[in-house]
Ligand binder design. Sequence first.
Ligand SMILES: Cc1cc2nc3c(=O)[nH]c(=O)nc-3n(C[C@H](O)[C@H](O)[C@H](O)COP(=O)(O)OP(=O)(O)OC[C@H]3O[C@@H](n4cnc5c(N)ncnc54)[C@H](O)[C@@H]3O)c2cc1C
Length: 427
Amino acid sequence: MIKHLIIGGGIGGVLTAIYLQKRAGVPPRSIRIVDPHPTLLARWHANVEACGMRYLRSSSSHVLDTDFRSLRSFAARSPSFDEGDFTPPYRRPSVRLFRAHCEHIMQETGTPELHIKATAQSLKRNGKGLFILETDNGSLEAENLILSLGPGTQPLRPHWAESAAKVQHIYDPGFDSSLARTQRAAASGHRERSGNSGTQTPHVALVGGGIGAAQHACMLVRRYQATVSIIARHEPAMSIFDFNPCYVGPSCLPAFLSLDDYLQRRRVLEQERYPGTMPPDVYAELQRLRDSGSISWIRGEVSRVEHSHGEHEPKSDHAYTKQRTVYITPPAAGKESQADIRILCDTLRLATGFTPEFRSNPLIQQISTELGAPCEAGGVPIPGSTLEWLSRVFLVGRAAELEVGPPAGNIIGMHNAVKRLCNSISV
Ligand SMILES: Cc1cc2nc3c(=O)[nH]c(=O)nc-3n(C[C@H](O)[C@H](O)[C@H](O)COP(=O)(O)OP(=O)(O)OC[C@H]3O[C@@H](n4cnc5c(N)ncnc54)[C@H](O)[C@@H]3O)c2cc1C
């Protein structure tokens, strides 16, 4: 029997395991983390690599440890890191430093040994009142469960991309950000057309207008000398954080928690989160590359996509590297609708974030419908003030947003959640 079974081995799940050990004094033998990936934090590393992030958006105090000074003192002790691994404001750490620090803390606490490689499928109680978690790798018996399943189940795909095969999302599992194959395909196409040899600059169309799209576009220019057209609904928008930081502490959180109506809390969550924004350094790099002509920003909605050599979708894996024509409907100017813009690209990618739908998470849905865990009308779980959703089932991360507020899905929100949980969980 496992005393504390954590489902999800991302930042939230690993942080929970670290707090349980360091703050609540739970011995490692009483903790296990279920996650399908080969290693813990795999999704985090894949996502930051995919978008080409260089510095975290959050401060160097928001770390994978119970001590907020931990990353800064780790960097000061290590000759591999210097001031170049921090950037203003709030001395945000480089991705390289954050990763090394995560690995250091995980080794120090023996967290990798707690990992059970499996996907949790369903939950029930047995006659002794313990939980039986069915996974694709056998069943597990547990006393307490902590769900830390991440921001959403799927990368968000616009309707037109559902029908157009082979449009990669940068957060698709296994996504390869490299443009090497596209560069070769673009060069051979150029040779065929012109008879000249030599390299050809690949042109990428990237859909999405937030930090993911901006960072990915800048990375493609830096690493592959690509030119990029970003297709977005709005102009680029700058914000240091992707939520209002007053909800981290006593300035705004008590007022949020005093709202008895969950619909009102949902409204606050919508107003006080800033999706589609980017911090000043990313904004500045984007603007510089727009000025130099490497990146263009096109406002509008994709209406359709055609393969340049006919209507049919190519079947091979190399389909990503076939040229396409993307038709974009610009926003209407007054009552006048405008003609579609047409661009030709060597590859088309999505950077449109994740589905914010808890209802689409099969485990959340099963626990809600079969065990009666409460959700509000939008399908968002309603945990109690100790983050207990059902007796001895706790929530960490985005799923706890109705109690933790707008920062729930960010590292600082996960700290706030795990601290509350440690105060109420039995060792
Ligand atoms: C590119 C990017 C950059 C970000 N940068 C920052 C930043 O700088 N600062 C900040 O505070 N926040 C940042 N965030 C937001 C947030 O910190 C991350 O999204 C973070 O990864 C969320 O951690 P998590 O543990 O909630 O989710 P995830 O990292 O998604 O981990 C959830 C894990 O649960 C697993 N899981 C799901 N369902 C099951 C199941 N049924 N059984 C077993 N396992 C399951 C998943 O496979 C996954 O491994 C960023 C997000 C992204 C995408």
